[in-house]
Design a protein around this ligand. Structure first.
Ligand SMILES: Cc1cc2nc3c(=O)[nH]c(=O)nc-3n(C[C@H](O)[C@H](O)[C@H](O)COP(=O)(O)OP(=O)(O)OC[C@H]3O[C@@H](n4cnc5c(N)ncnc54)[C@H](O)[C@@H]3O)c2cc1C
Ligand code: FES
Length: 263
């Protein structure tokens, strides 16, 4: 029997700096993946943490990692050709079928763009699979922007709004909290519009409340949780809220379920 906790060594193919504290790691990997799933990444003797898969192709996957503590500090010293240990993939990820044929708005705040990046990119490349596609992205400041090249590419011929809480003298796009810009979405048939909301808990809370106020139906809203996790495989109970194991049933939830998981 294989040990489900055993991490496997993978080669880092590329390291890209996004901001001072966010780096994207491209790792050699082949296997079935779904955007929004996560890997448990580790360095032996240091620690382990869940990190979202923010991109993948047949031979690699990408993860954008924020330097916040014990493990992620150490990961920042890793370079191209070094080894990163991983186990996974875990979680449900974003089911594309939930969005096909629909009028969809992706609303992402800060690092919340990472878990949803692959799904946005998929529908930007396959626009005929959705009725309408809009993307609203918020960062704290211009220097907190992630995936700048992707956003530039997505913005060609698509309705992409980027806002920062606080701009600077070079900032020419929108300013103000993301909730302020929900009115920029096409709300003409809001009862049938689907929204995906991913970001820090406070952003998700106020964004979903604002969407509901504007007429979005709860069952048409999807969120992704970054709850504290440990094993990732439904064994340790760290992520459990009542009877729900976020690591197994999530991290992507319909709002009807998600609103019951606030503890
Ligand atoms: C499903 C899921 C997906 C995730 N995806 C991503 C992702 O794509 N990218 C990403 O970067 N993260 C992601 N995370 C979060 C990531 O797993 C955590 O940030 C993880 O704890 C980092 O591990 P660490 O050992 O580096 O940090 P830890 O040392 O465990 O620190 C964790 C927290 O404690 C705080 N902390 C650490 N040291 C101190 C201190 N001295 N004083 C005060 N506070 C402190 C940090 O600010 C941080 O918030 C995800 C989490 C989940 C559950
Ligand atoms: S993280 Fe261990 S049960 Fe979910």
């Amino acid at each position: 029997m294989t040990n489900p906790y055993l991490p496997i060594p993978y080669k880092i193919l590329e390291v890209r700096q996004e901001t001072d504290i966010d780096y994207t790691y491209k790792v050699a990997y082949s296997g079935q993946l779904i955007g929004g799933q996560f890997m448990e990444i580790s360095i032996p003797g240091v620690g382990e943490a869940p990190i979202s898969i923010c991109g993948f192709d047949d031979k690699s996957l990408e993860m954008t990692i924020r330097k916040v503590g014990r493990l992620t500090d150490q990961i920042f010293s890793l370079k191209k050709d070094d080894t990163l240990y991983m186990r996974g993939p875990y979680g449900n990820g974003f089911d594309l079928e939930k969005f096909r044929g629909k009028d969809v708005a992706f609303i992402a705040g800060g690092t919340g763009l990472a878990p949803v990046r692959k799904t946005i990119d998929y529908f930007i490349r396959n626009k005929d699979e959705v009725k309408n596609l809009e993307v609203l992205i918020g960062f704290k400041s211009p220097s907190d922007q992630l995936f700048v090249d992707d956003i530039k590419r997505w913005s060609v011929d698509n309705n992409i709004t980027v806002t920062v809480d606080q701009g600077d003298e070079n900032w020419t796009k929108e300013t103000g909290l993301i909730t302020k810009h929900i009115t920029k979405l096409d709300l003409s048939d809001v009862k049938n519009k689907v929204a995906v909301v991913v970001g820090p808990p406070i952003m998700m809370k106020f964004t979903t409340l604002e969407l509901i106020k504007k007429g979005f139906q709860e069952e048409n809203i999807w969120v992704s949780f970054e709850r504290k996790m440990s094993c990732g495989i439904g064994k340790c109970g760290h992520c459990k809220i009542d009877e729900t194991y976020v690591c197994l049933e999530g991290p992507v939830f319909n709002y009807v379920k998600a609103k019951t998981l606030i503890d």
